[in-house]
Design a protein around this ligand. Sequence first.
Ligand code: HEC
Ligand code: HEC
Ligand code: HEC
Ligand code: HEC
Length: 227
Amino acid sequence: MTGYLRKGLTVAAILAAATSSTPALMGGQTPPSPEEAAMAAADEKGRILSPKDMKQISDAIGARCTHCHVAKKPDGKPDYKAPSPLKETAKYMKIHFVDGLVTRDGKPLTCANCHAGKTRFLPHELLPDAPKSSVKGDRMELMKKMNVIAKSLGVKCDFCHAKGPDGKFAYELPTAHKQIAKVMMTEIVDKYKLKDGGELTCATCHAGKTEFLPHHTAEGGGEKTGK
Ligand code: HEC
Ligand code: HEC
Ligand code: HEC
Ligand code: HEC
């Protein structure tokens, strides 16, 4: 993921440099697009995400503006101020993940660290060639770890593990949830820590729930921003 991040940042930096110098070079002849005009006109006060960063955020997570800005004004243009469930999730990610975590070696995070250009990047479907696992080491330690994981997500073993033809758990078999759990271990927990130095665990984010992002729970989703 760090490879993507560096590439993302470089491209973003070039784009930022290009946009800021374009008006001077062109003598202000290129009129801004409606999106650029909306971002430039928005009030910055009390923001969690800056309207000026919207292009960068969209690229980092591979989403169009209308992925989050779903509401339209009577004239058919996006109503950027209107609340939406995914706007709430985006703000949540900024507060809890980007501002709450750092890499293991203390570097700050951006949306691109985890998303690397994709909105949904977890393996929600079981991959056809998913391998069986073969976890080595102390079985007692493993069971302790598994119990903690299950408790952190508020589930039982069968959330991630399937049963074999004999009706007994075949813990080595791949499942979609097991696949995601493995990504969480290697791509999230092993890579990041809390900003204050504390250990990042499954429970830090999950707190007893499998799904916890605002867009799963929010009805209309939050307050109208701006004025
Ligand atoms: C991942 C979700 C997401 C995407 C994608 C996104 N935005 Fe936003 N946008 C937000 C959120 C959340 C806010 C409110 C931020 C705040 O108030 O802290 C916002 C605010 C804005 C505002 C200010 C509206 C106001 O409250 O006055 C404008 C303008 C805007 N976005 C334009 C865009 C444009 C243009 C794009 C595409 C280049 C875009 N946004 C893509 C989530 C998103
Ligand atoms: C520490 C990792 C991490 C960081 C950093 C992060 N996200 Fe996420 N985000 C996730 C995970 C995990 C999901 C769930 C993805 C899935 O279901 O495949 C997600 C999902 C989302 C979704 C919902 C996507 C959908 O359409 O279902 C949005 C919107 C989002 N993130 C926005 C952001 C924004 C904006 C930032 C930067 C301010 C950000 N994220 C930073 C981990 C992260
Ligand atoms: C959130 C998903 C999740 C839950 C819940 C879960 N596990 Fe696991 N389990 C995994 C993953 C992922 C692995 C593979 C770990 C690895 O490859 O490092 C695994 C591996 C195992 C293994 C080793 C399998 C092998 O490859 O030999 C056993 C045994 C096991 N789990 C038992 C349990 C038991 C018992 C419970 C309930 C207390 C449980 N697990 C709950 C995700 C889960
Ligand atoms: C930095 C925050 C973070 C940490 C730490 C974290 N997760 Fe997640 N996890 C997420 C997000 C975000 C989602 C998407 C949740 C949603 O859609 O509401 C998710 C989703 C999942 C899912 C899919 C749930 C479903 O119903 O589809 C599993 C399984 C999972 N995580 C397991 C784990 C395990 C096991 C650990 C610890 C090894 C862990 N997670 C640590 C952020 C985190």
